[in-house]
Design a protein around this ligand. Structure first.
Ligand code: F6P
Length: 364
């Protein structure tokens, strides 16, 4: 392990925003400024800012009073992969490798370390930049909670809290009108939000990408409930699909780190339920409400721990790693351990077992 003088620390937020990003920025910047007497360079709009040299030094005031603030004071983007950088011209978009330019900007700004806060795409980019010689440390974020190597990502708890509140509200309406309420939540490949909030909100049917569903199983559950409780709540992840079916894609954009944008399965499920059972059904799509607003206390604490531990790792000269929650401790793991993987809900997950135990249908 090499030790490093920390005089100039770069920090960026990449990919979709989520509650807790500002808490990480704060917990890197405050000790960096006060204990290490270092300058903290905020890179604007994720890796886009590093490719284009858009950065500015943060002041103590910039990072004061932001622990409870959603979004990111630095801005973010999911179109800034330096290795597949979209260059727009009147003739269209050309995808170009801008990694050399990115490394040059890092060196020109005399950065001793770079803290990259982001999801799977950000960690993959971080790994490749680390191999080119950048002193980089990843901090995992995503409301989807699907990053391999950490027990949980910050942002997830805030998203689950919001979805649970939405389910509670939908339940009173569903029970008053004897309806089915379908709530579509985020979760492209992993169903952690639909499952977590579904369990917390007492959803009757939970549909997640990891368990392709059978239509008949959903219709049977709705009919049974319509004879007893007389209402049903369906929590469906945007990446859920029927057996043999496909994701419902809203848009494909090659400039994005993940070109596919999902959405629409909630309406499909609601229409099919009504057609097959005749029970009145409504759909609510929570969309980006799940990524907005103030982080929960849990997320503020986790984000603060992640940021402070990332700075500690940088001070030890430990790079090419990601901070991660393992059990009760925040540790560092090599970026190799997380890249090109996704933490899906395992079939034998205790959360699935308990959902089934309380009578929830998983659509299988
Ligand atoms: O990866 C996080 C996430 O919130 C996904 O659940 C969702 O599919 C995606 O971001 C939406 O991205 P965008 O903000 O670009 O529409």
């Amino acid at each position: 392990m090499k030790s490093t003088t920390l005089q100039r620390i770069g920090i960026l937020t990449g990919g979709g925003d989520c509650p807790g990003l500002n808490a990480v920025i704060r917990s890197v910047a405050k000790p960096a400024m006060s204990y290490f007497n270092a300058k903290v360079i905020g890179i604007l709009d994720g890796f886009e800012g590093l490719v284009e040299g858009r950065m500015r030094e943060l002041s103590p005031l910039d990072v004061t009073g932001i622990i409870n603030l959603g979004g990111t004071i630095l801005g973010t983007s999911n179109k800034g992969d330096p290795f597949h950088y979209p260059i727009e011209s009147p003739s269209g978009v050309t995808i170009t490798d801008c990694s050399d330019k990115t490394l040059k900007n890092y060196n020109d700004w005399n950065l001793d370390a770079l803290i990259a806060i982001g999801g799977e795409g950000t960690m993959n980019i971080a790994y490749k930049l680390a191999k080119m010689g950048m002193n980089i440390i990843g901090v995992p974020k995503t409301i989807d909670n699907d990053i391999e190597g950490t027990d949980i990502t910050f942002g997830y708890d805030s998203a689950v809290a919001l979805v649970t509140d939405a389910i509670d509200r939908l339940q009173t309406s569903a029970s008053s009108h004897h309806r089915v309420m379908v709530v579509e939540v985020m979760g492209r490949y992993a169903g952690w939000i639909a499952l977590g909030a579904g369990v917390a909100g007492g959803a009757d049917i939970i549909l997640i990408p990891e368990i392709p569903f059978k239509w008949d199983s959903i219709f049977d559950a709705v009919v049974k409930r319509s004879k007893g409780a007389k209402f049903s709540i369906v929590s469906v992840a945007e990446g859920a699909r029927p057996e043999g079916g496909k994701f419902i894609v809203q848009e494909k954009d090659i400039r994005r780190t993940d070109p596919i944008r999902l959405g629409g399965i909630g309406a499909v499920v609601a229409n099919r339920i009504f057609e097959a059972t005749g029970v009145e059904t409504r759909v609510t799509v929570l969309g980006h409400l799940q990524r907005g607003g103030s982080p929960t206390a849990f997320d503020r604490i986790l984000a603060t721990r992640f940021g402070a531990m990332a700075l500690q790792a940088a001070s030890r000269g430990e790079f090419g790693c990601m901070v991660s929650l393992r059990g009760r401790d925040v540790v560092t793991i090599a970026l190799e351990e997380t890249i090109n993987k996704r933490r899906l809900v395992p079939a034998d997950s205790q959360l699935i077992l308990v959902a089934r135990a309380v009578g929830t249908y998983l659509g299988d």
